[in-house]
Design a protein around this ligand. Structure first.
Ligand code: PMP
Length: 408
């Protein structure tokens, strides 16, 4: 019989634990570089102006109500999401080779994909999902919770603080045929290091050769380079190559809709005369999984995103807002690098401007990270990752000096 007394204590989530420690710190100079959420130049959360406009539009709609959405979510949201990630003229959309469900943000999309694969992706050997080392830590538990074993492929080179491309390709090559290869579409979390287009082509070749299944996680489209198409390049390339794939899409960062949990899951099948019917069978199974998990997704965030994605003027305003966010982050990268170099802080700092997106993998050791927290009230994850958005014109000097002190 079940005895709850036997349930062991689980560790606290490292990132949310860090947030709590930051909140408890009463020092006015404290700096939060932990969680990956955009902050403005005053370290405040930023409601995108275009989101406020969309909220006005929604408030004025006399037909708006709080009925349930369909199981697969708001149709005008999921179809706009397809166009956003694949491009409006994608062959996968034209040939009806894609099916999409609105999910509980990116996490829910990764989960729905993993759950679907756990039920229907049968290979000869044990199915294993491969993640980059390092990756977003949640990947491991999302896949293992549905009974898929997990492994890593090398990704980050400690020497160059860039991509360990040889290691990555070698590991994907030697993985058992038919493995699930999870790929960050852009702005890799936590390293800020992405493959080049040439490298993506080689990755695609190896995945095809080994009959692996690529699974894209895209949580930062438009946030990385400021350009939506550019940030979706890798996914669109794989689709062009005819891959069957899952795509987990989050609107948390690029719309600043973190807590509204707006996201989308896409399944794309390869071109074939049977593709449309394959996708409709896949869709029928996904609907059952979604129904048992969440019944139907939350409406508010998807309505906001949908209002923007389906309106030309609002869409253009959104692109401008994206450039504001990515531009401020790029400015902070430049400023941090030059401050460290000017101070002659030991080590090389070129990677700060070479990495892209929300995060920088500084190369600071765990010991230095703890020293920064104790001496200077700077909070970052133990692996030396900083959320660039936590830096601003008021604290960057202080942070650069704190780093200088910690590494000397
Ligand atoms: N994947 C990656 C790589 C992420 O960094 C994140 C956000 N931290 C997510 C997925 C999903 O986040 P959310 O559920 O908030 O959309």
């Amino acid at each position: 019989s079940f005895n709850a007394e036997t349930v062991p204590q689980a560790p606290e989530d490292a990132l949310f634990g860090l947030m709590a420690a930051f909140r408890r710190d009463t020092d006015p100079k404290k700096v939060d570089l932990g969680i990956g959420a955009y902050r403005d130049d005053n370290a405040k959360p930023w409601v995108l102006p275009v989101v406020k406009q969309a909220e006005d539009v929604l408030r004025k709609d006399p037909n708006l109500n709080h009925e349930y959405l369909p199981i697969a979510g708001l149709p005008e949201f999921t179809s706009a999401s397809q166009k956003l990630v694949l491009g409006a003229d994608s062959p996968a959309i034209k040939e009806k080779r894609i099916t999409s469900l609105q999910t509980i943000s990116g996490t829910g999309a990764v989960h729905l994909g993993a759950l679907f694969l756990s039920k229907f992706y049968k290979t000869k050997s044990e199915r294993t999902a491969y993640f980059s080392d390092p990756t977003w830590p949640n990947h491991f538990q999302i896949f293992s919770n549905v009974g898929i074993s997990t492994q890593t492929y090398p990704y980050f080179s400690k020497q160059t603080k860039g991509l360990d491309f040889e290691g990555m390709i070698g590991s994907i090559k030697s993985a058992a045929e038919g493995s699930i290869i999870v790929l960050h579409a852009c702005a890799h979390n936590p390293t800020g290091v992405d493959p080049t287009q040439e490298q993506w082509k080689e990755i695609a070749n190896v995945i095809k050769e080994k009959k692996h299944f690529p699974f894209f996680d895209t949580a930062y489209q438009g946030f990385a380079s400021g350009d939506l198409a550019n940030d979706a390049w890798a996914i669109r390339y794989f689709i062009e190559q005819g891959f069957e794939t899952c795509i987990a899409q989050s609107y948390a960062k690029n719309f600043g809709l973190y807590g509204e949990r707006a996201g989308c899951f896409h399944f794309v099948t390869s071109p074939s005369s049977d593709a449309e019917s394959t996708v409709s069978r896949v869709a029928s199974q996904l609907a059952i999984l979604q129904r048992s998990e969440i019944s139907n997704p939350p409406a508010y965030g998807a309505r906001i995103a949908s209002t923007v994605l389906n309106d030309k003027e609002l869409f253009a305003e959104w692109e401008a807002n994206l450039r504001t966010m990515s531009g401020r982050i790029i400015d902070m990268r430049k400023a941090l690098r030059s401050k460290l170099e000017e101070a002659g802080t030991p080590g090389k700092w070129n990677h700060i401007t070479e990495q892209i997106g929300m995060f920088s993998f500084t190369g600071l050791t765990e010991q230095q990270v703890l020293k920064l927290r104790e001496d200077s009230h700077v909070y970052m994850t133990k692996n030396g990752r900083i959320s660039m958005a936590g830096l601003n014109t008021h604290n960057i000097d202080y942070f650069a000096k704190a780093v200088d002190k910690a590494v000397r």
